[in-house]
Design a protein around this ligand. Structure first.
Ligand code: F6R
Length: 579
């Protein structure tokens, strides 16, 4: 996945594109580049981040341009593999988000026909194919080219022969911002919000021509219209707002995100497919998978509705026998594995529901119905507020299935999150920052909380961290326990309390320090562990939320203490649009 951004209007394009790419960097940040229509195609592309000091002083002429910020898939991050890519005659410049699956074949054929390739990327084949098809109409050349491509793409193409940008979409997001005498094309709305809140989302198979005065969209041989939607995210939401990192800002936005997401879903408004299913299959990846696993525990316990959960990346290749409702959870709405799994579920005649944070995202085009979280834009690569908003939607579904018996509990959720934000975690941070390895354990719904806590820790602090169902630790991982492998145990007063205390004692007996999360006033737990962190004694749903927020903050502050790159951890990107 990468970020692409294009501008056409009356202003000088390069500074607008630089600004836009900085906003899109969370989608990929190993190299960047811009091409404008100045005197011919003017181009500047480099390894590294556009937001690094001095990198953004790009002086290119022209009021039409395209840019790219990359997360490498084909070829290492360097100046040559950075986009834009050009054809042999430097008449075509192109930026691309996605993967061209048949690029190797196409490249062989193009080389045989005399084309010279500079980069190792899959993208460059597109520039050469357009070169072959181009006579005097860029739109036609792009249309004829995309029919040869297999895979996913959001493309922006320019040529000095024509005063326009041609855009094409297939299975990669592409939104067009409609300004006043100017148009924007981007992977998502974040770089566009500064200029306009009016957006058109291209559909798979659409090809658009953006000129200074109009946007025309074609689908096959037809000219089509795509509705202009008003996006209610504000540009302020995409700024750090005085916080040192987006991640901390987003952690602090969780009370509001939780409240908004709870309030956005009611019995009256949930889509028909979501009305009390007899069974549920969840497909998701990463943190979204953990949200689904929490849902499984809570829904099965409260409503007795069986939930099966599958990694979306496995579902495609090993589809289990499915029927009933399949829910795809994806904050970005663009995760390739989750999209594929949902398509497959549809092919098996299942009803499908998407839970996502991004209006107009691909998942909402695939699923029968969509429930939107209302978390606002999330810029930090590590998911925090989108995760809490997913839980809000899922807990609200449980509430609706239980005749609103959790109304009061859920309406307390945002306050409990707010209170826990101020917790002093300094002693726990001091222990974690010295560790080479950490284990997180819990049972029931607190097992996926431990998985999520460990994921946050490893992705931003780079400390190896594993979440385990507490009973599993003795089936192997015990061999790793020592005084240098702290264990974080989530031990709440439910049916598993007694066995959790036994597990903690077994861990202590192997010399590992234990940091425990439990409810306030739990002296039994306090006595057996090295460090006790309390959450208020409330309903289990709220304890899930509060313990989770503590683990997010622990990961954040440990990573800060280790001087990590919090918002852009190494090797990662916000949405994974490749399988
Ligand atoms: C972790 C994280 C990832 C995502 C995963 C799925 O902090 O952000 O694990 O949760 O890539 O992404 P979505 O929810 O966009 O499908």
């Amino acid at each position: 996945m990468c970020g692409i951004f294009g501008y056409i209007g009356r202003r000088t394009a390069a500074p607008i594109i630089v600004k836009g790419l900085k906003k899109l960097e969370y989608r990929g940040y190993d190299s960047f580049g811009i091409a404008t229509l100045g005197s011919g195609i003017e181009i500047s592309k480099h390894e590294g981040r556009i937001s690094e000091n001095g990198r953004s002083a790009i002086r290119l002429n022209g009021t039409i341009g395209i840019g790219h910020t990359r997360w490498a898939t084909h070829g290492i991050p360097n100046d040559i593999n950075a986009h834009p890519h050009m054809d042999c005659k430097n008449r075509i410049a192109i930026v691309h988000n996605g993967i061209i699956e048949n690029y190797a074949d196409l490249k062989r054929q193009l080389i045989a026909r005399g084309h010279r390739f500079l980069s190792e990327t899959d993208t460059e084949v597109i520039a050469h194919l357009i070169e072959e098809k181009y006579t005097n109409n860029l739109l036609t050349a792009v249309r004829d080219t995309v029919s040869d491509l297999q895979g996913s793409f959001a493309l922006l193409v320019i040529s000095p022969e024509e005063q326009r940008i041609v855009a094409a979409r297939n299975a990669s997001p592409l939104v067009i911002g409609v300004g006043d005498g100017e148009f924007f094309a981007a992977s998502d709305m974040t770089p566009i919000l500064e200029y306009t809140e009016r957006a058109m989302f291209l559909e798979d198979g659409d090809i658009a021509s953006l000129s200074q005065t109009k946007v025309e969209i074609f689908h096959g041989d037809d000219i089509v219209t795509r509705q202009i939607e008003l996006i209610d995210w504000s540009v302020e939401d995409t700024k750090k707002g005085g916080f040192p990192h987006y991640m901390l800002k987003e952690i602090y936005e969780q009370p509001q995100a939780f409240y908004n997401s709870i309030s956005g879903i009611t019995k009256e408004t949930i889509p028909r497919v979501a009305i009390k299913p007899s069974s549920v299959v969840i497909v998701a990846c990463g943190s979204s998978f953990h949200a689904g696993l929490i849902f499984k525990y809570l829904l099965e316990e409260t409503c007795g509705i069986p939930v099966r959960i599958e990694y979306a990346s496995e579902f495609k290749y090993f589809p289990p026998p499915v029927n009933g409702l399949v829910i795809g959870i994806t904050q970005s709405g663009e995760t390739a594995d989750t999209l594929t799994a949902l398509k497959q579920a549809k092919a098996h005649n299942c009803s499908t529901l998407a839970i996502t944070n991004v209006l107009g995202s691909s998942v909402s085009r695939i699923a029968d119905s969509t429930l939107y979280m209302r978390a606002g834009p999330e810029i930090s690569v590590a998911a925090t507020k989108s995760f809490v908003a997913q839980l809000a939607v899922l807990m609200q579904l449980i509430n609706i299935y239980s005749d609103n018996q959790f109304n009061k509990v859920l309406l307390q959720g945002h306050r409990a999150i707010e209170d826990i934000l101020l917790k002093d975690l300094s002693e726990a941070i001091a222990i974690c920052k010295k560790a080479h390895s950490l284990f997180y354990v819990g049972r029931g719904a607190f097992f996926p909380v431990s998985l999520e806590g460990a994921l946050k820790m490893k992705e931003i602090s780079y400390i190896h961290a594993e979440g385990y169902a507490a009973g599993e630790l003795k089936h192997g991982p015990f061999a790793l326990l020592s005084k240098d492998t702290p264990v974080i145990a989530i031990c709440m007063p439910d049916d598993t309390y007694g066995v959790m205390i036994s597990n903690i004692k077994e861990i202590k007996a192997r010399g590992a320090p234990v940091i425990a999360l439990g409810v306030e006033g739990d002296s039994e737990l306090t006595d057996v562990v090295d460090l006790f962190i309390s959450v208020p004694k409330t309903h289990k749903f709220v304890q899930v939320l509060t313990s989770l927020v503590i683990l997010q903050l622990l990961a954040y502050h440990t990573a800060v203490a280790l001087k990590r790159d919090i918002d852009k951890p190494r090797n990662l990107a916000k949405s994974v649009t490749v399988e």
